[in-house]
Design a protein around this ligand. Structure first.
Ligand code: HEC
Ligand code: HEC
Ligand code: HEC
Ligand code: HEC
Ligand code: HEC
Length: 170
């Protein structure tokens, strides 16, 4: 009898501990992975005022925000374009000409068992900065909010948004 409980509870504890380590917010806040080349949001979205949606198409009409393909960059940085001689722009142009997509590393990643939808938030006037911080002033993108369950549920409560489990877990 006791042995049976022990056999059951030890693996459960291990699972709980691993889940805690994986899911605790501190693992995410401040996460700033190295990118293939530095991409500076402050220069683009801040100093030059390029709209977030110009690059992150989809953010206001679908679940996903998308990261732009190099062809979007080439609208400005193509041959003879903006900063064409800068080393990272040169590298970018070379990749583009050789049809090699840039492998940007994902920064924000909610677990697969969570359903999230950008457009629902954007169309209700929730600002990017409420979940991502002030990206227009960021030289490097890192995760600035926990994006854990408490973070989502608190804002839903304050805004009378749906809060039953099936809203975010399907
Ligand atoms: C709408 C125009 C536009 C688009 C689109 C654009 N850029 Fe830029 N980019 C600029 C401007 C303006 C600068 C500043 C140039 C300067 O100050 O000399 C710049 C500068 C840069 C630099 C040099 C940064 C530095 O530290 O000097 C890099 C690298 C760069 N962009 C990468 C990208 C990438 C990658 C994309 C696509 C994801 C992109 N750009 C899309 C306008 C654009
Ligand atoms: C010129 C194109 C461009 C513009 C304009 C732009 N971004 Fe980005 N964004 C990128 C690229 C390229 C990446 C991937 C590289 C990185 O993470 O730094 C990125 C990454 C991100 C990420 C992290 C994505 C992830 O993997 O989790 C967020 C969040 C983001 N951008 C938000 C914004 C917001 C908010 C604005 C407007 C204030 C904006 N971006 C404007 C090109 C752009
Ligand atoms: C209510 C919170 C919230 C708001 C508002 C929000 N985001 Fe996000 N964003 C997230 C979450 C959560 C993820 C991770 C999604 C995932 O892993 O499936 C994410 C991921 C991203 C990504 C990575 C690509 C993707 O779709 O996974 C980009 C780029 C991005 N957001 C840009 C933006 C921009 C630009 C805005 C404003 C126009 C914005 N976000 C507004 C919460 C938000
Ligand atoms: C800053 C406030 C805020 C934060 C943070 C936030 N939400 Fe929301 N969310 C809202 C509002 C407001 C709505 C209602 C939108 C509407 O009425 O269309 C909503 C709607 C939704 C919906 C659509 C609900 C439905 O069935 O109509 C989903 C799914 C959702 N949020 C998931 C999330 C998840 C997951 C997170 C955390 C990663 C999150 N939200 C964080 C404010 C927020
Ligand atoms: C507004 C969105 C939202 C609602 C509503 C919501 N959750 Fe979550 N839930 C999340 C997010 C986001 C995570 C992922 C947390 C992380 O990455 O740390 C999560 C994680 C979880 C986990 C994994 C363990 C943990 O705490 O991280 C469980 C279990 C869970 N939710 C159960 C529930 C139950 C039961 C309900 C209803 C009472 C519920 N959730 C309602 C967004 C939501």
């Amino acid at each position: 009898m006791n042995q049976k409980i022990l056999k059951l509870s030890v693996p459960l504890l291990v699972v709980a501990a691993v889940a805690y380590l994986i899911l605790s917010p501190s693992r995410y806040v401040g996460y700033t992975p190295d990118q293939p080349i530095p991409f500076n949001h402050k220069i683009h979205a801040g100093d030059n005022g390029i709209d977030c949606r110009y690059c992150h198409t989809g953010v206001d009409n679908s679940a996903h925000a998308t990261v732009p393909p190099s062809s979007t960059c080439m609208n400005c940085h193509g041959l003879g374009g903006v900063a064409a001689k800068q080393e990272h722009v040169k590298w970018l142009t070379e990749q583009y000409n050789n049809k090699r997509p840039v492998s940007w590393v994902k920064v924000h990643d909610t677990p697969d068992f969570v359903y999230f939808n950008h457009s629902r938030h954007i169309n209700r006037g929730v600002d990017c900065s409420q979940c991502h911080g002030n990206i227009a002033e960021a030289e490097v993108v890192g995760q600035s909010k926990s994006l854990n369950m408490g973070f989502c549920v608190d804002c839903h409560r304050e805004n009378n948004a749906p809060n039953d489990c099936s809203t975010c877990h399907r």
